[in-house]
Each structure stands twice: as C-alpha cells, then as structure tokens.
Design a protein around this ligand. Structure first.
Ligand code: OFO
Length: 175
C-alpha cells in the first residue's frame, strides 16, 4: 500500500503529465496553422507520449492500492513568437518536469518505498533523453539562424523524428 504522501506527489505528477500533453497539443496546433508540418507532427507525437506517461502513472498508483485522480488544468498558451521560441519553451517545460520527477523520486526514498523509486527510474531516464533531444533541436535552430532554408530542413528532420526511429518515445532520441 502506497503512503498518503507518496500518493499525493504521484497524483500531482499525473496532473503534470496530462498538462504536458495539452501544452504540446496547443503547440502542435499552432505549428500546423503556421505551415511547420514537421514540428506539428513531432509535437502531436510528443503529446501522445505524455499521455502515455500519465496512463503509466495512473495504472501504477491504482495497482499499488492508491487512487489516481484527475485534476483541473490551466489552459495552455495559444500563440508563440516563432518556432525557436516555442522549442525553448518546450525545453524549459521539460526542465520543470525533471524537477517534479526528482521530487517524486525523493519522496519515494524518504517514504522507504523502493518499488516506487524503481518504477520512477524510468521517468528519470526519460527526462534526460527528452532534455537532450530538445537541446539538440535548439542547437540546430541556432545554427540555422535566420535562414528560411535552414528552418525548413529542421522542420523536415522533425517530421522524420515524429515517425519514430529506434526509441520507445516515438522520437529519434528519446525513450
Ligand atoms: Fe513526461 O516526459 Fe517529459 O515531460
């Protein structure tokens, strides 16, 4: 049986994962309207991944005798000031999520729930890979600078990443 304290942080993480999914859906929709087809596909796939992360937590919490509960979410932003700014926000959001996962992990250790700590290890590794993926996308955008052709190439690369490529997250570099 999971402790109340751990249940509280895991429920908060369920909310975080669902919120991440909604943020990436909003970003994908904006990209689609701006003609960034590859970025849109990449972010729609990312939104699906976040939903999967949420479901994995829901099932785990319920399997351990807890009760996963859905919560109210703030509406995501609707507009971005360019593709690079948007991906910088993705990275900042992932860094926030890494901190949140670390809090869950720390609580599991403090509560001496080593099964949950082991379960959360997957999320810890996932965050390392997601931050690395976002950093590399931003690096490429920095290299492209103001070049329209460079941005188009990045958009095409994002489309390829969204199609899967040897990782469990459905993107080129993530688990
Ligand atoms: Fe849920 O993987 Fe990052 O946020």
């Amino acid at each position: 049986m999971i402790t109340n304290k751990l249940q509280e942080v895991l429920n908060n993480q369920i909310k975080n994962e669902e919120h991440s999914s909604r943020i990436y859906l909003a970003m994908a929709s904006w990209c689609e309207t701006k003609g960034y087809e590859g970025a849109a596909e990449f972010l729609y796939a990312q939104a699906d991944e976040e939903k999967m992360h949420m479901l994995k937590l829901i099932h785990y919490l319920n399997d351990r005798g807890g009760h996963a509960q859905m919560q109210a979410l703030d509406a995501p932003k609707k507009e971005w000031d360019g593709l690079k700014k948007l991906f910088e926000e993705v990275l900042a959001h992932e860094e926030f999520i890494t901190g949140e996962i670390n809090k869950c992990y720390e609580t599991a250790l403090n509560e001496k729930d080593y099964n949950t700590a082991q379960f959360l290890q997957w999320y810890v590794e996932e965050q390392v890979e997601e931050e690395s993926t976002m950093n590399s996308i931003i690096d490429k955008m920095n290299l492209a600078g103001d070049s329209k052709g460079g941005l188009l190439q990045i958009d095409m690369a994002l489309k390829k990443m969204a199609g899967g490529g040897g990782s469990s997250s459905g993107t080129e570099e993530k688990a």
